[in-house]
Design a protein around this ligand. Structure first.
Ligand code: TPP
Ligand code: MG
Length: 390
């Protein structure tokens, strides 16, 4: 928990220094919910989360160096620097992301659990999501299939009282989120998510039910993020006093006290834990900083463009080079190859490639452009892609 806390604090600092790009969602304050959960998972179990999951990956054993490098957008990042903060991913440790679509990870979690069931694999999928995500259609659909198919899956709602700036009372008709899946056949319970041992105990039972009895259950863990929703949050929806009240229940401090009182750890050992966390995080920053940027000619690697109508469906590109692709000599050729591969996949003729802006598109109701025709003002047609791009 100390390591995750220090990592997150440092990630926030590096973000302020513009070392980390994109969005940054910190889970400072939520460490007990994270650790209590991962501490009872087995190596073969899957974990899938949201965009607030630096800590989840680290808790599953991903090296903080690779997580930091991902935030920095470098080649040694967990997704080769292509995902950033919201898309940490570690297949080897079965940490399956990292998703920016609220509730988007739920059906994927059901798919993971179904695959384990289908293959007769002894693995449980742990699906973590926020209070806000419980309002999405995906929530109901996933609960239904999980219960119907008796999937080896366990659901954990990290209820930090807000979905962005909207409190649970203002976003959910049913504010007891542990009851929200009952109608689908998924029973739930509520626990103190600031108490790592309480989380551990409840999640252990949920995982056991999933593994041994194929009974999916849900736990609502009450927790709190001390920082804003993301790095750009003015926090006008809550009072300073509320934040301070939760900080007094700090999960790391509380657990440290408990360990001291029980004589499990001494002051010196606690200090060592903190120092080790500090060292590891500073080494992660150094590592990330030294890791190279991805090479420009790898820009189109691991990029999948699948659409029956062909390649242009993605940002209306045609195989010709576009602005932003001319930085290197190889790029126009790479773009063309990719477009042709996409066309081949979609069963389209390899050449010449249709350009919807020029040739029209019956599906979209776009008329072919007639050479020399002047577009009338207010005419309701799409602009040629080239013009839009410029
Ligand atoms: C489908 C979808 N709708 C809206 C958003 C914008 N959005 C990003 S985070 C967020 C709040 C989600 O809150 P919650 O599920 O409670 O998770 P938390 O951020 O509190 O961890 C919203 C609405 C999104 N990313 N995806
Ligand atoms: Mg929330």
């Amino acid at each position: 928990m100390s390591l995750i806390r220090r990592f997150e604090e440092e990630a926030g600092r590096q973000y302020q220094r513009a070392k980390a790009g994109g969005f940054l969602h910190l889970a400072i304050g939520e460490e007990a919910t994270i650790l209590g959960t991962t501490s009872v998972m087995r190596e073969q179990d899957y974990l899938i989360g949201t965009y607030r999951t630096h800590g989840h990956a680290i808790a599953r054993g991903t090296d903080p160096k690779n997580v930091m490098a991902e935030l920095f957008g470098r080649v040694d990042g967990t997704s080769g620097g292509r995902g950033g903060s919201m898309h940490i991913f570690d297949r080897d440790r079965r940490f399956m992301g990292g998703y920016g679509i609220v509730g988007g990870n739920l059906p994927i979690a059901a798919g993971l659990a179904l695959s384990s069931q289908y293959k007769g694999e002894d693995a449980v999928t742990v699906c973590v999501f926020g209070d806000g995500a419980s309002n999405t259609g995906n929530f109901g659909e996933t609960m239904n299939l999980a219960a119907l198919w008796k999937l080896p899956i366990f659901f954990l709602v990290e209820n930090n009282l807000y979905g962005m700036g909207t409190s649970v009372e203002r976003h959910s008709a049913q504010t007891d989120l542990s009851e929200k899946a009952e109608g689908y056949g998924i029973p739930g319970d509520r626990i103190d998510g600031m108490d790592v041992l309480a989380v551990r105990e409840a999640v252990a039972e949920g995982i056991r039910l999933a593994r041994e009895e194929q009974r999916p259950t849900l736990i609502e863990a009450f927790t709190y993020r001390y920082r804003g929703h993301s790095a750009a949050d003015p926090e006008v929806y809550r009072e300073r006093e509320e934040v301070e009240e939760w900080q007094r229940k700090d999960p790391i401090e509380a657990f440290a006290r408990r360990c001291l009182e029980a004589g499990v750890l001494g002051e010196r050992e606690l200090q060592e834990v903190r120092e080790k966390a500090e060292e590891e995080v500073l080494a992660a920053v150094e590592f990330a900083d030294a890791s190279p940027e991805p090479a420009l000619d790898t820009l189109y690697e691991n990029l999948y463009v699948l659409d029956s109508a062909a390649w242009y469906a993605v940002d209306e590109r045609s195989p010709e080079p576009h602005r932003g692709e001319r930085e290197e000599e190889s790029m126009p050729e790479a773009a063309r190859e990719l477009a042709e591969a996409g066309a081949a996949y979609a069963g389209q003729p390899a050449a010449p490639r249709p350009n919807p802006a020029r040739d029209g598109d019956a599906e979209l109701g776009v008329e072919p452009e007639v050479a020399g025709e002047v577009e009338e003002e207010g005419q309701d047609t799409e602009k040629p892609a080239e013009e839009v791009e410029d």
